[in-house]
Design a protein around this ligand. Structure first.
Ligand SMILES: NC(=O)c1ccc[n+]([C@@H]2O[C@H](COP(=O)([O-])OP(=O)(O)OC[C@H]3O[C@@H](n4cnc5c(N)ncnc54)[C@H](OP(=O)(O)O)[C@@H]3O)[C@@H](O)[C@H]2O)c1
Length: 303
């Protein structure tokens, strides 16, 4: 049995790991929420790792509020970098792998073809800068790491783009969504499944494929196209009488929709390296979106 210690129990990824773990009999997850371990307290991280003696550590915590980070740089740095540094120190001390999640927002979006892991990083905002600093801390401290850069994460849990758009579609006659930023929407259920699937491989003695990987589905789109896909699939699922079915989705530019943080206009990630090293990729976007909508349709409390 592989024992994995997960920091960040209540986030999208943490809850997705918990949901998917039932399919992986060989993995036992110990998920810690903020009460069990506040990652702002270095001793709390060390104590948790000493107590649970895991075979692998998964960091699902993060400061993910991209706009708020612009005015909360210190807190974002403490969660996205300083805490990660402590996890890496302790993973190294215990000789166990650390799986850490990062973001497409380490890129500035000037690229024209899917970003590879070796491409130049140049974050546009504080969130991306602190996530990059976290990556660098991990890389510096322990060779035994896997950094998975993912993007545009959605799920049945917490706050995310799919849930926001579903709500807006149901209460408005028209919504405006930016159509000049391209990325790869990623279901955290798929991300969780991929992580659980590789645990037996990465915890094996002699595993030699540590490093940084891009992990997203191979479908790129704009936020506006993503919104149209959500409306179309939700209408199929909930029926034509669903109030969101008739809402008009207007395409706008980023300039028409200013936000605190500047976002890359193109942050499509290439997954060639992950597929070559692990032999599989994430499922297609359509299937994953439907799965998340079906979970939401069950009407359980996924707040
Ligand atoms: N969301 C996206 O669109 C996106 C895109 C690209 C990459 N990523 C990366 O993917 C990973 C997972 O993201 P996500 O969407 O699952 O994030 P999320 O839903 O925002 O969850 C973040 C988790 O971090 C926890 N956390 C924050 N501060 C903490 C602290 N001081 N002590 C303990 N826990 C703390 C939160 O706890 P509480 O629940 O108690 O607040 C929450 O459970 C992150 O590394 C993120 O940077 C996300």
């Amino acid at each position: 049995m592989i024992r994995a210690l997960v920091f960040g129990r209540n986030g999208q990824l943490g809850r997705s790991l918990a949901m998917r773990s039932g399919d992986f009999a060989g993995v036992s997850l110990q998920l810690l929420d903020r009460n069990a371990c506040d990652v702002l307290q270095p001793t709390s991280i060390a104590r948790a790792i000493d107590l649970h003696r895991p075979d692998v550590i998964i960091n699902a915590t993060a400061y993910t509020a991209v706009d708020l980070a612009e005015n909360n740089g210190e807190l974002a740095q403490r969660i996205n970098c300083d805490a990660v540094r402590v996890m890496a120190d302790n993973a190294e001390r215990q000789s166990v792998p650390l799986i850490h999640i990062s973001t497409d927002y380490v890129f500035d979006g000037e690229g024209k073809t899917p970003y590879r892991e070796t491409d130049r990083v140049s974050p546009l905002g504080v969130y991306g800068q602190t996530k990059l600093a976290g990556e660098e801390a991990v890389q510096e401290i322990t060779e035994r790491h896997l950094i998975f850069r993912t993007s545009w994460v959605y799920s049945p849990f917490g706050k995310n783009f799919v849930k926001t758009i579903l709500r807006l579609l149901s209460v408005k006659n028209e919504i405006s969504v930016v159509n000049d930023q391209q990325g790869c929407p990623t279901s955290s259920l798929d991300l969780a499944e991929a992580i659980l699937r590789i645990l037996p491989i990465v915890t094996r003695t002699g595993f030699a494929k540590f490093g940084t990987y891009h992990l997203v589905p191979d479908t790129q789109m704009t936020w506006c196209q993503f919104s149209c896909a959500i409306q179309s699939e939700a209408t199929k699922l909930f029926g034509e009488k669903w109030p969101g079915a008739d809402c008009q989705i207007q395409a706008v530019t980023s300039a028409q929709f200013p936000t605190m943080a500047k976002r890359p206009s193109y942050s499509v990630l290439s997954t060639t390296k992950f597929k070559a090293n692990f032999g599989f990729g994430l499922p297609g976007f359509g299937h994953s979106l439907i799965e998340v909508l079906q979970n939401l349709a069950k009407g359980e409390d996924y707040a």
